[in-house]
Design a protein around this ligand. Structure first.
Ligand SMILES: NC(=O)c1ccc[n+]([C@@H]2O[C@H](COP(=O)([O-])OP(=O)(O)OC[C@H]3O[C@@H](n4cnc5c(N)ncnc54)[C@H](OP(=O)(O)O)[C@@H]3O)[C@@H](O)[C@H]2O)c1
Length: 280
């Protein structure tokens, strides 16, 4: 039995679908079933269920709002994660914790390795890293998977925003100096399931293959969706946001291949399949 948190979010939704596809017994939960900030409830729930693995996809993900809500954000990303890790320890369950490229400082232009220097520049990044530390402190049998620029069927994301704006506007300004890799939850889910049934514990980076800027990503969305909207590349300095975004979000996927797992397809391929999926 595998327990998946955040089933109403982008990633949790696809993880449960993938587990069902593989006929692996699983249970997806979200806030209505269980608030992960409630330590007692979490421990009771997991000790009764005794899952082999908990794939922890629930998180506070409102990156800009987090700058004004550090406590609320930490309650979910740090203490919620700690609650789950402690419960996993007691129930002898493995845990997969999903983290982020925001744990890095975004400097340089080479991909960050899994053991690269940690220096988050946002409240969200800081809390996600503190969540990583809790997992490492409490458990031996854990996976920490850092991902970036997530898109899935179930939830809002950059692609959905671009499609909406692309239909309304003739041109759009999009930042061109933040470079990273989109991650399609449908492609990530099989990797997480492969990990859940393995003993290859550790820290990983997982995204679709290839790097691009947000402006390049947007231009490809317009092209593949046949929208005439023109993308004007602008620097981050012209698009102020409450939380600082890393300029370099490139993540090295060496740990995936070193451990015999499969790399995800290219981001362009993922985008093409995603657009077909949401048009069904
Ligand atoms: N989205 C990205 O671009 C991105 C990038 C890098 C890493 N990540 C990480 O990837 C993972 C999955 O992200 P996602 O995009 O799938 O997130 P998402 O769509 O925002 O889903 C997160 C889910 O967690 C639930 N949740 C929040 N607080 C909770 C609580 N106290 N108790 C129980 N459930 C709670 C949310 O429920 P409510 O809607 O009720 O709050 C939501 O269903 C997260 O760990 C995130 O930090 C995401």
């Amino acid at each position: 039995m595998i327990l998946v948190t955040g089933v109403n979010g982008q990633l949790g939704y696809d993880v449960v679908k993938e587990l069902n596809r593989r006929n692996i017994e699983c249970l997806g939960i979200d806030r209505e079933e269980l608030d992960i900030a409630d330590g007692n409830a979490i421990r009771k729930y997991i000790s009764e269920l005794k899952p082999e693995c908990v794939i922890h996809c629930a998180a506070y993900t409102a990156v800009d709002r987090a700058e004004d809500e550090e406590e609320v954000c930490a309650k979910v990303n740090v203490y919620g994660t700690e609650n789950i890790a402690k419960a996993c320890k007691e129930a002898d369950s493995k845990m997969i914790y999903i983290s982020t490229d925001y744990v890095f400082d975004g400097k340089g232009d080479t991909p960050f390795e899994v053991d690269g220097k940690i220096e988050p520049h946002s409240v969200y990044g800081k809390t996600k890293y503190e969540g990583e530390l809790k997992v490492k402190e409490i458990l031996d049998r854990y996976f920490i998977i850092r991902i970036s620029w997530v898109f899935g069927i179930n939830g809002n994301n950059f692609i959905k925003t671009m499609l909406r704006l692309g239909k309304e506007k003739e041109s759009l300004n999009v930042v061109c100096d933040q470079i990273g890799s989109p991650t399609y939850t449908f492609d990530l889910a099989p990797l997480l399931c492969d990990m859940a049934i393995s003993e290859k514990y550790g820290v990983y980076h997982a995204t679709n293959e290839g790097f691009c800027s947000w402006a390049e990503f947007a231009a490809e969305i317009m092209k593949k969706a046949d929208l005439g909207c023109n993308i004007n590349p602008i620097p981050t300095s012209e698009y102020p946001a409450k939380a600082e975004r890393p300029l370099n979000s490139r993540l090295s996927k060496k740990s995936i291949t070193d451990n015999g797992f499969n790399l995800l397809p290219s981001w362009e391929d993922a985008l093409e399949r995603y657009l077909k999926e949401i048009n069904k």
